[in-house]
Design a binder for this molecule. Structure first.
Ligand code: ADP
Ligand code: ZN
Length: 598
């Protein structure tokens, strides 16, 4: 298959003008019959990587997927594009699965749940069919190292033995090396092609702010996204209720979602969000699995997530369409204390300690003055050399303060205390506390006693966290974590190395990242009225067919139409996102609106 025909098929079936990074390589490997392990972040377009070969190749692709809602969503989308697809799962009506199997050859893709493979006779039946490809979606579910191991996925180890001639393509957004290796060995892949994309999502404007007054901070964010889709995450159900009520009163078009609500109201909230009846959803982390909505324009964390992985996953729900989106996370020391309390309930001590350490890493990142992207990607083992110019630390004039003297005082105190005490105790000594423990141990006699008496505890804690973050202090594991010095501490104690801290007190309101960052979509003012009309039409068509608006066209496609103002089918077909099937179905309606504006 030559490049040209691949590109032509991409346009014909999916309406896209170009491949996204790595898509073409993956498609080609699959078409050559190679096994593939593809690790790409959410929103990078993994589905297309197997759907395109499935459409072009002879036979039927079997897609194994863990979530019924996702399967149905995909099948419906494919059907709308004129691609024959079906799913076999526990929701099928009696006889439906048998019928699908009977008509097997008519489908280019069939989605199945992993447990189906253990249905007696199913594998034998498959062996009599022409299968082009096995696709393992959410492949990390096969690994116990992953965050969502599913025992049913272990069935998949049989596939290679039973179908030695059928290539297997596996996809995941989980980046760790353990999981990657495990996928390939569990599936018994043969010399698989590994393709790993960057985990950078450069369209996301990243902001991490200290919580001063979350209601005001939230309002500022909302006012930048009037009429757009967004998710507001809160750490508890109670907070979800509070925030929801507040926004509702203020006239925002909101809904809420958490595990305390009935199945019916949760389902309704989800559907209204996807169908764009509601703009904003206030939710706990229970909300998000399986949300394919591409045009979420902001994710706002009113509380700090549990760790960097969760943070990455949650912000990943913004901007899947590649257009600018804004991610704001608020954090406070209170969040940390709350979180630690939750984590205290974990019975297994080694998991508990591990989780606590992970929560500290996110806090360290929050305190950092580095480019947010650099910090985030380095957590996933990626080196990011430049400054991104799309995060608050790159765009705002983050106040740095010379912390050299303070650092010397803190480290000397840790040293004087023989590296035997935890953060709170060291803080007490530095603050000059009169508490019993300090006096009994006669630590009020130490030369470092009360060295930071003019700082608030809050500030001292912030400085310590910055020192931990920069590697000048180390917190031991165990039930009573102890502050230790590190190799690097010497640089401060003996070599008078300069240290800088992020200034806690932000002077005035910092609007830098709002003005300079790519948080808001820019559409020419003159195109705006047409764009609104096109959106309206899209909503009408979607409602009639009872599908989400993004099934018809995505926002980017509508923006392009509004800008280019195509006057006929050929011109419309040139727009990214318009394929032949959709042209036939909706072309005339959209052209009519464009003409009315012409
Ligand atoms: P993932 O599964 O990796 O999270 P999806 O497969 O859901 O991502 O794709 C995310 C979005 O990107 C979808 O809206 C999809 O239509 C769009 N998309 C995929 N490939 C392309 C492409 N080549 N050009 C433009 N948009 C694309
Ligand atoms: Zn940056």
């Amino acid at each position: 298959m030559s490049m040209k025909t691949l590109a032509a098929s991409l346009k014909e079936y999916f309406g896209f003008n170009t491949f996204r990074p790595h898509q073409e390589d993956i498609v080609k490997s699959i078409m050559l019959g190679e096994d593939v392990v593809a690790i790409l972040p959410t929103g990078s377009g993994k589905s297309l990587c197997y759907q395109l070969p499935a459409v072009i190749n002879d036979g039927t692709a079997i897609v194994i997927s863990p979530l019924i809602s996702l399967m149905q969503d995909q099948v419906l989308q494919l059907t709308k594009m004129g691609i024959a697809a079906e799913c076999i799962n526990s929701m099928n009506k009696a006889g439906e699965s048998a019928m699908i199997m009977h008509e097997f050859d008519a489908f280019k893709l069939i989605y199945i749940a992993p447990e189906r493979l253990s249905t007696p006779g199913f594998v034998d039946e498959l062996k009599r069919k022409k299968i082009s490809l096995f696709v393992i979606d959410e492949a990390h579910c096969i690994s116990q190292w992953g965050h969502s191991f599913r025992p049913e996925y272990r069935q998949l180890t049989r596939l290679k033995d039973e179908f030695p001639d059928v290539p297997i393509a596996s996809f995941t957004a989980t980046a760790t090396n353990d999981v990657e290796k495990d996928i390939s060995s569990q599936l018994k892949l043969r010399a698989p092609i590994h393709i790993k994309g960057s985990f950078d999502r450069d369209n996301l404007l990243l902001k991490i702010h200290e919580k001063t007054d979350y209601k005001t901070q939230l309002n500022e964010c909302l006012s930048r996204h009037k009429g757009e889709s967004g998710i507001i995450y809160c750490s508890t159900r109670k907070k979800v209720d509070t925030v929801y009520e507040m926004l509702e009163k203020r006239g925002w078009n909101v809904d809420k979602y958490h595990a305390g609500l009935s199945d019916v109201s949760r389902q309704k909230a989800l559907e209204n969000f996807i169908h764009e009846e509601t703009d904003v959803i206030v939710a706990t982390v229970a909300f998000g699995m399986g949300i394919n909505k591409p045009n979420v324009r902001f994710v706002f964390h009113t509380d700090m997530p549990q760790n960097i992985e969760n943070y990455y996953q949650e912000i990943g729900r913004a901007g899947r369409d590649g257009l600018p989106a804004e991610c704001v996370m608020l954090f406070s020391l209170r969040d940390i204390i709350m979180q630690k309390k939750f984590l205290d309930d974990i019975p297994n001590p080694s998991i508990r300690i591990h989780q606590k350490r992970k929560s500290d890493q996110l806090l360290a990142m929050a305190n950092s003055i580095e480019c947010r992207r650099k910090d985030l990607l380095s957590y996933f083992g990626e080196v990011y050399e430049k400054r991104c110019e799309n995060c608050d630390n790159c765009l705002d004039d983050v106040e740095q303060m010379d912390g050299t003297i303070i650092a010397q005082k803190i480290l000397s105190c840790v040293y004087r205390l023989h590296q035997s005490f935890g953060m709170t105790y060291v803080m007490d000594v530095l603050k000059g506390s009169q508490n019993k423990a300090v006096l009994q141990r006669r630590h009020d006699q130490l030369s470092t006693y009360a060295l930071l008496k003019d700082c608030s505890k809050h500030e001292i804690r912030h400085y310590m966290l910055s020192l931990i973050n920069q590697g000048y202090l180390f917190v031991t594991d165990g039930e009573y974590p102890i502050l230790n010095l590190t190799e690097k501490s010497k640089e401060i104690l003996y070599e008078k190395k300069e240290v800088f801290f992020r200034n806690q007190i932000v002077k005035g309101k910092n609007e830098g990242s709002v003005k300079k960052g790519r948080s808001v979509i820019h559409i020419d003012e003159s195109d705006q009225p047409l764009y609104m009309k096109l959106k309206e039409l899209r909503k009408n068509i979607a409602d009639k067919q009872n599908v989400p608006p993004y099934f018809i066209f995505n926002d980017k496609t509508l923006m392009e139409i509004a800008h280019v103002k195509p006057s006929n089918d050929d011109a419309l077909l040139l727009i990214n996102g318009v394929g032949e099937q959709k042209l036939r179905k909706y072309g005339e309606l959209f052209l009519l609106i464009v003409r009315q504006f012409g």
